[in-house]
Design a protein around this ligand. Structure first.
Ligand code: SF4
Length: 368
């Protein structure tokens, strides 16, 4: 006998397929992203979430650190980068970074998330020293560092293969890669939002090499700027296909584009941030397109704000990423951050779900 939800979704073949747990095609994805009943879409995504991961909402205690804002690239979507001669350009030494890690531990972080610009002068030894120093002095901390885009840049800069770079960083103590730098893979859009960064295929190839070496990673997607619906679906399918090959992604994090101080804003190519309705659609779509092979769909509350993040948890989201202590990148684009595990736990309780602090690999550390 059909459930109420099954009867209600009868008008959409793609939603019927989603509710039956079938893999959704590009055509299905397009039908769903253009589907006008957000409540129905959200309800089906929520039901899939319930089947795939249950009612627990996870988050990590993370400390975010940006070792440099100097960047050889100049992405139109970025408010963070500086050229080396600008007054507020900075680069931390490995010792300064290690000092911040001491602070991270005091704040209760279980992982450090370290990313930065494409510094044209820093050599591989700098990165090895940074990781090694942290690992030697804080072996219990998980080091999640350097996006696939940074690894790719470093490989080009130092003329070492990606495998060699990753291997040396792994030996130094690198535990996993964050999911940044993915943006949107489709070249029609990518070439208009990034300048001087690897292509979508190069990002995917770099991540595949990492996964094959046992270095797991997150995956992200930057949306809400100049993309069309098909670029979102294309991105999700590419993540899904790679996950089916490697099973190396830990979570998928859709990142809402933050407008302030970016070239896209200055050039008036984007005049306002996308609507909350669109945000919720993207979260729901992420769940429906990916959830079977990548069950953790994260809601980045830093970009959404806490209230919308709570709603997104009822539209397919199952994770809040983390505390994001000291997050500089969204701060540069007008979104200051900071939240304790207790605040995140309360956010989850407020929407009648079960909060749990996790480690980077999604092992549960603490329930509330
Ligand atoms: S997004 Fe990353 S690569 Fe692009 S300009 Fe900003 S810091 Fe540099």
């Amino acid at each position: 006998m059909k459930s109420v939800l099954e009867k209600l979704v009868g008008k959409s073949k793609a939603l019927e397929r989603a509710i039956a747990g079938e893999e959704l095609s590009l055509k299905d994805g397009m039908e769903l992203i253009n589907y006008d009943n957000l409540h129905m879409l959200g309800a089906v995504a929520d039901s899939s979430r319930q089947k795939q991961v249950g009612d627990t909402v996870t988050f990590a205690s993370s400390y975010y650190m940006n070792y440099t804002n100097v960047c050889a690239a100049s992405c139109q979507m970025c408010a963070f980068y500086r050229k080396g001669d600008e007054d507020d350009a900075y680069t931390l030494t490995p010792e300064q970074i290690e000092q911040r890690v001491v602070l991270a531990k005091k704040m209760g972080a279980t992982e450090v998330h370290i990313v930065g610009g494409f510094h044209p002068k820093l050599q591989l030894e700098y990165y090895e020293k940074m990781i090694n120093l942290i690992k030697k002095n804080h072996p219990e901390l998980h080091i999640k560092a350097f996006t696939a885009a940074e690894i790719f840049y470093l490989s080009k800069l130092t003329k070492n293969s990606i495998k060699e770079i990753l291997s040396r960083l792994k030996t130094a103590g690198l535990d996993s890669l964050p999911g940044g730098g993915a943006e949107l893979f489709h070249p029609e859009i990518r070439n208009k939002i990034v300048r001087g960064k690897c292509s979508g295929q190069e990002w995917l190839d770099t991540i595949e090499i990492a996964h094959n070496m046992g270095i797991r990673s997150n995956a992200t997607m930057l949306y809400g700027h100049i993309e069309k619906p098909e670029h979102i679906i294309d991105h999700l399918i590419k993540i899904r296909e790679l996950q089916k090959k490697t099973n190396g992604f830990l979570t998928f994090i859709p990142l809402k584009f933050s407008l302030d101080n970016t070239e896209l804003e200055k050039e008036k190519l984007v005049t306002h941030e996308c609507s909350s309705v669109y945000d919720l659609k993207v979260v729901a779509l992420s769940r429906l397109m990916l959830g079977d092979v990548l069950k953790n769909i994260s809601v980045y509350w830093v970009a959404f704000g806490k209230k919308l993040a709570q709603v997104a948890l009822s539209n397919g989201g199952s994770d809040l990423v983390g505390t994001a202590f000291s997050e500089e990148i969204y701060k540069a684009a007008g979104k200051p951050t900071n939240s304790s595990v207790l605040e995140l736990a309360q956010m989850v309780k407020d929407v009648d779900r079960n909060p749990a602090q996790r480690d980077t690999f999604f092992n549960i550390l603490r329930k509330f």
